[in-house]
Design a protein around this ligand. Sequence first.
Ligand code: ADP
Ligand code: ZN
Length: 731
Amino acid sequence: MSAQEYFDQGELVAVLTTQPLDRALDYKAPEGGCFLGAFVEVPLGPRKVLGVVWGPGQGGFDLGKARSVIRVLEVAPMREEMRLFLGKVADYTLTPMPAMLRLATRAPGLGDPPSMRKVYRMGTGQPDRMTDARTRVLEVLRDYGGLAFTLKELAEQAGVTPSVVKGLVKQGAVREEDSPRDLPYPHLDPDLPGKDLTEDQGAAVERLHAGQRTGDYGTTLLKGVTGSGKTEVYLEAVAETLRMGRQALVLLPEIALTAEFLMRVEERFGARPAEWHSGATMTERRRVWRMVGQGDAQLVVGARSALFLPFRNLGLVVVDEEHDTSYKQEDGVHYSARDMAVLRSSICGARVILASATPSLESWANAEAGKYERLDLTARFGAAVLPEMKSIDMRAEQLQPGTWISPSLRQAVRQRIERGEQSLLFINRRGYAPVTLCRACGAQIACDHCDARMVEHRFLKRLMCHQCGETKPMPEACPSCGVEGKLAPVGPGIERLAEEAEATFPDAKIAMLSSDLFGSARALKAKIEEIAKGDADIVIGTQLVAKGHNFPKLTLVGVIDADLSLHGADLRAAERTFQLMRQVAGRAGRADKPGQALLQTFQPEHPVIRAILSGDEEGFWRAEAAGRQAAGVPPYGRMAGIVLSGPEVGPVFDIGNAMARNDGALREIGAQVFGPAPAPIARIRGRHRVRLLVKAPKGAPVQDAIARWIAPLRLKGDIRLTVDIDPQSFY
Ligand code: ADP
Ligand code: ZN
């Protein structure tokens, strides 16, 4: 028998709210009753809060005391599949349900009646006299048939001031109406002609379509070098989804990617999709949320939290650049959007495409194990070939102190400038210099609140902490010894590298790409487009440029410090370096000119550097997989990170030690606990951080054991505990 779907007025219902309570609360169904899953407003103490009808009430108290649901909001009830999904994510990530509900309702004013705005269309009246301006307005309205414009749109289209339109309204020649703001998204047409696919691409599309037609869940790893046409291929899968009358979601790691991407979607389907990201306005977010729920948005392009939108009939989720670390949310709810995309799709019978040139080891292993289908696109589209990759052995290069561009790299860049081609110098460090050192006393300037050095940002004329964002002006005197004029930068950041490049190549046009140099995502997008058109000889970039942009004139990539990410206690250091270097190298030689990638390294024999240079990807993954298997770490074992933090270090350690001693629940499932130890960043924003690491065999019920382990804890004062299942980074 199916669960009760409808509750009559006065019946008790359990309502899950967004408030941090440990359970759903009972209320009486309002006048007219309500459906299971209905979004409602309920009284909580003196307040009104948002909630969802989660099931029948528990009762067991004096019914006369039960309060009533205030009202049912005018939005589609939450579907069963979504309730299931939220519950499973909560169990998986050990997140309380109210926090999950907040994630699923991240749009303001969900229950408000749709707000109105003024729109303008053709009226029936005649203007008393015609002017050129008035004629143009009426022409625009006539040209666009019955379409309604906002005042701004109409005035701009006609090239007149708004007062001209207002004048016509007074005469009845233009009609002013109120129209709801949350309009459906324009229709996307999957049957517009796509590009002619290559044989490889066509075969991949066939396989994807075959999977889609089963109507069942399935995940495909779509692996292909940058430029091989993965995007073209998955857009065809999106087209098939739309033909089947289902909705599609494309997740992208960075807002910076969307400018180019949205244009491609528009080219393929004739209209723009719905966008969901942190840069969207509140009104836009609300429109997306509502339209997705009522099926009036066929395709959403968005950041990771788009996964929690209330899709009515989700048929496909694409996770582009699936290896990207930004898919792991690391505050609030610690979830991996890639893994949760798979979970959500398995619940609602959707397909998943994980696209990458350099997949994560997890996805690679899942494909090896036969859990995912794997499709490879081997060739780059057109004449573009993979760049030639070489190392520059820095031990043999002669460099002036305080410079980082080796003579070999300098010569290669000069050649490109002469040929009118672009070079990219890649360094994964923002700011001017990572360290500011006092030459009098040897002290390094550190953040007052964190266990981190302050990074000089000359562009902003300030020192900045990359942990907490704290900034302060560059002091004249050393904060430790008070001596003036002895502070000196140590090591390179992107700004310092740009300075060196300007001095080395005085005639070249140099462009810097770093997330903090642009006031807005839009400004950054504009810059990227300029560069793609060829408006720079040398691009200096942080890891921002490693991601999917197309720079057709780029034929040389110089990696300033290939060793930088090799070090680090992180179990994924090798994998990350491998991916990053290959992605960066993939920027070169995209169009008709072959590219070259030069990696400056002090360790050319390092296995990761050698794997990158030889291009033996499968070899690299097999070796990396074997190493992890031997160590019993992910994806061949389970891990969870526990971070305790508080204003005083002593009490935080005491709790950590107590947890380590009382590890019975963990031992029962064969798990071990390591620590407590100071976290790699031992202090953030004035809070001391202590870390424990849980390691368990693959398949062990880790979440359940951890839940039982931490349940008896009573955290006093300002001490906080966070659990991160499948941690991606170890900070
Ligand atoms: P990837 O996503 O693998 O990096 P893209 O799909 O972005 O690759 O393709 C790289 C470039 O080649 C894009 O400009 C794309 O439009 C073009 N391209 C790929 N396949 C085709 C095709 N079959 N016909 C025309 N252009 C193509
Ligand atoms: Zn700080």
